[in-house]
Design a binder for this molecule. Structure first.
Ligand SMILES: [Zn+2]
Length: 334
């Protein structure tokens, strides 16, 4: 291995960048995020820096390794850059405050195992005679049986005020919606037939998941929906165009973990409900990065209502992609 190579390997680029730009405003896993200095970014945090490289996911697409950084940002000669790489770098300072909640972890493994068994049980029930009313409800919301199966929705029968003791967990009765993402089960939300609140979690789950987050791996455009059923409608109708995801409600906040999962997305549409809560939540997301953009449903209060009124979800999403980007993302992606 050459000396240059070894110097680069020994260097944690995040420390070098912190010397130049100050402590990282955001951390997401191994990536630390800054405002990109190469395109004088004002609104977002598009510069992602890993121990061994950096890349701007904003408008300039600048990227490189530690040597590139020293030459591009500090304008050092190759020889001087090598000298800097050989110097010891100071420890990383802690992250500053930001609009995001801190990093989030999935629930402990034992909870996940128990909850996964509840999900399977509820799934079996949904497709049995006992589950018929719940299945009919889901079909009336515009979901196909393929969508319902893929999302692994299920049903715990019983009065809406009842809770069942299953697998050592307290489980509310109603339609179960599992939040699988990144090889973990983050939460199981239950939609009850009546009652307030209508949606309750099986206790012990995390409130900081991102529903359908795995779809982000296959796409460069994401679409934030307000709830799970809207997300599933978009997945069903336009899942080959965008990755629909949801934080679960208008009041749920994004964590640095999911923000960093979004760095590969070139555009992130936000199609929340057309009401006051949806508007506030949209503004909060739009403040995070200029890549976020509001996308209004053409009619109806939300995506499901638009769809049930005969709206063409595929055409709506496709049009948004083509007007926003003049077809760039579609051509690049599928
Ligand atoms: Zn940039």
């Amino acid at each position: 291995m050459s000396d240059t190579h070894r110097l680069k390997e020994d260097c944690d680029l995040r420390r070098l960048v912190a010397q130049d730009l100050g402590p990282a405003p955001l951390h997401g896993g191994r990536a630390h995020l800054w405002k990109c200095p190469f395109h004088h970014e004002r609104k977002g945090y598009s510069l992602a820096v890993w121990p061994d490289g950096y890349r701007c996911f904003g408008s300039c697409d600048t990227q490189g390794d530690a040597l590139d950084w020293l030459r591009q940002y500090r304008h050092l000669s190759f020889a001087d850059a090598l000298l800097v790489l050989g110097e010891p770098q100071p420890e990383l300072p802690p992250a500053e405050h930001s609009h995001l909640k801190g990093a989030s972890e999935p629930p402990e493994w034992e909870w996940q195992e128990r909850a996964a068994r509840v999900v399977s049980l509820a799934e079996d029930t949904l497709w049995s005679a006992e589950g018929e009313p719940a299945l009919n409800y889901l079909l009336e919301r515009g979901l196909t049986t393929a969508t319902i199966r893929a999302a692994r929705l299920g049903y715990i029968p019983g009065d809406f005020r009842e809770w069942r003791a299953l697998e050592g967990l307290d489980v509310p009765c109603g339609i179960t919606i599992p939040w699988f993402a990144a090889d973990a089960l983050w939460a199981v939300k239950v939609r009850r037939a009546y009652g307030d609140p209508k949606y309750v979690h099986i206790p012990g789950g995390s409130a900081h998941g991102l529903f359908n987050a795995d779809a982000l791996n296959n796409h460069r455009v994401a679409l934030f929906c307000e709830g799970e059923f809207d997300t599933l409608v978009v997945q069903q109708e336009a899942g080959n165009l965008v990755a629909p995801v949801t934080l679960g409600s208008a009041t749920a906040r994004m964590t640095a973990r999911w923000y960093s999962a979004l760095i590969g997305q070139q555009r992130i549409f936000v199609a929340y409900d057309r009401d006051e809560a949806g508007k506030k939540a949209t503004e909060r997301l739009l403040r995070l990065s200029p890549r976020f953009r509001e996308l209004r449903v053409p009619n109806g209060k939300d995506i499901t209502e638009f769809y049930l009124n005969g709206g063409d979800v595929y055409a709506w999403v496709e049009e948004a992609l083509s007007t926003e980007t003049k077809g760039r993302y579609i051509n690049e992606y599928r």
